[in-house]
Design a protein around this ligand. Structure first.
Ligand SMILES: *Cc1c(COP(=O)(O)O)cnc(C)c1O
Length: 473
């Protein structure tokens, strides 16, 4: 299987190159050149598999023997999913009112990003060990990506990771999960600026192409298709838990930010999985406006109780639009030029195709999130995080409208409630505690502050050059 760009000018990229670089040189995003079809019979035959076995079946449709021999791929998946604290990796919990919650958050950093990131770490290790190379990763984060990436690669001698976080914009626990990791290959920077300021640093780093190649710079953000690929697995797994006979359509409710999950879901649908989606967003996200009239206009991001979803434009939409356009790179080039100018008109054919399987629900605000956390607790003594609550809000809304569908549905729970005690307490619910979080809050920290007066790009570059050199010794 090879990969090509959504803008049509790049083709024939191997899985290894896609993993290690992440970007398409024409500015687009990479996607598979074709989509293997999964028949109803195959689906049924997968219904009894463990998460790890199913992951192998799905991922080996894209990563073939030429890329990674079967036994090695199984080893990668085994090492990645063994970091999960529950044997079934992604347990489903059935609650009052017919609500089903898919707990994606039992990995090391307690957020769903661990599902893909733990595999990314193992893939990096696999290819770099073979080629005896070193790599520098850079991540900018205001939510869960940073700690998940750190957990995936800490202690690996062939990877150094630089994480830049915006000071005072993550929750205390999120920040501590990053700054308390003391492994020598982990470098955490706390910048006096916004996520946008930090994005500029990452863009500048990647724009220096000779620096990128001499220092093997890579990014495990959800721009990297390898992450999306691994996320296909939880859609197949959830579907088969809800409908092992594979004869019904299932509605999955996705707390949405950058749109990685809905992209993975869209691909599973293209492969033949009978699923449709509700993207549940907070008020920062302009997805619902885009879906209403094909337009968008960016403004200021306001903090909400669901910080990992405080994104205006789900950048992975470029992939979804491409898939909905009949894979028309020229149409995507046009749309993305408009996005850059903040004046979007999505062509009707693309919009209508997307509307045929994606609905958007916008939560009215933090009050609704709190009401939902509180109702879910009252009815079930079950805690949900504020991101998951955005999805559950949609479910409760439909219940009260009396419009809930008869087909099976579930909400994907994207982070553990353990990470968000403030939001839970603010909802009038006793916050859960755990030894893991207590330890993170009291452990020693190591990080570097980046002040406004400093050249952040240069500071991070110097650290990478140092890391590259010291691996050579
Ligand atoms: C990343 C994240 C999301 C958003 O997921 P996307 O795939 O980017 O839409 C939602 N909730 C939590 C807790 C996250 O960490």
């Amino acid at each position: 299987m090879k990969y090509r760009s959504t803008r049509g000018d790049v083709k024939g990229v191997s899985f290894k190159d896609l993993l290690l670089s992440g970007y398409a040189s024409d500015g687009g995003m990479l996607l598979p050149e074709s989509f293997p079809q999964v028949s109803t019979e195959s689906l049924r035959s997968w219904a009894g598999l463990t998460y790890e076995q199913l992951a192998y079946e799905v991922i080996s449709l894209f990563i073939t023997e030429e890329d990674i021999p079967a036994d090695d791929l199984k080893g990668v998946l085994q090492r990645a999913f063994s970091t999960f604290t529950v044997p079934d990796v992604v347990p489903l919990t059935h609650l009052a009112d017919g609500l089903t919650v898919v707990e994606l958050y039992h990995g090391r950093s307690l957020a769903f990003k661990d599902l893909a990131m733990s595999c990314m770490g193992q893939f990096y290790n696999y290819f770099l060990s073979k080629s005896k190379q070193h790599m520098n990763l850079v991540v900018c984060t205001s939510g869960d990506t940073g700690s998940s990436a750190i957990e995936a690669v800490r202690g690996m001698s062939q990877v150094d990771i630089m994480v830049i976080l915006p000071r005072d914009r993550c929750t205390v626990i999120q920040e501590r999960q990053m700054t308390t990791v003391l492994d020598s290959n982990v470098h955490v920077y706390r910048a006096d600026g916004s996520s946008d300021d930090i994005d500029i640093v990452v863009r500048k780093l990647f724009a220096d192409t000779s620096f990128v190649s001499t220092n093997n710079l890579g990014s495990p953000s959800s721009l990297n298709f390898a992450r999306i690929l691994i996320q296909l697995v939880h859609f197949f797994y959830t579907y088969l838990k809800l409908c092992p006979s594979a004869d019904k359509e299932v509605e999955l409710i996705l707390p949405t930010g950058g749109g990685g999950n809905v992209t993975a879901g869209t691909i599973t649908r293209k492969m033949g999985l009978p699923v449709r989606f509700v993207c549940a967003v907070n008020k920062n996200n302009i997805l619902s406006r885009i879906m209403d009239d094909g337009q968008c206009e960016l403004g200021e991001v306001e903090g909400t109780l669901a910080p990992a979803m405080d994104i205006q434009f789900a950048y992975n939409l470029e992939r979804v639009w491409y898939l909905c356009s009949g894979e028309d790179g020229d149409a995507i080039k046009k749309i993305m030029a408009q996005v850059d100018n903040n004046q979007v008109r999505i062509p009707a054919n693309i919009l209508n195709e997307m509307k045929s399987f994606v609905k958007v629900y916008t939560v009215s605000g933090d009050e609704e999130i709190k009401t939902t956390i509180s109702r879910c607790w009252r009815e079930n003594q079950y805690n949900i995080c504020p991101h998951t609550a955005v999805g559950v809000s949609y479910f409760y809304q439909k219940l009260s409208d009396g419009t809930n569908s008869s087909s099976p549905s579930a909400v994907l729970a994207t982070a553990s409630p353990l990470k968000f005690p403030e939001a839970i307490r603010a909802s009038g619910v006793p916050a859960p505690t755990s030894e893991k979080i207590e330890t993170v809050l009291s452990a020693p920290t190591r990080f570097v502050d980046l002040e406004k007066s400093q050249d952040w790009t240069e500071i991070v570059k110097q650290k990478m050059i140092e890391a590259t050199k010291s691996y050579g010794c």
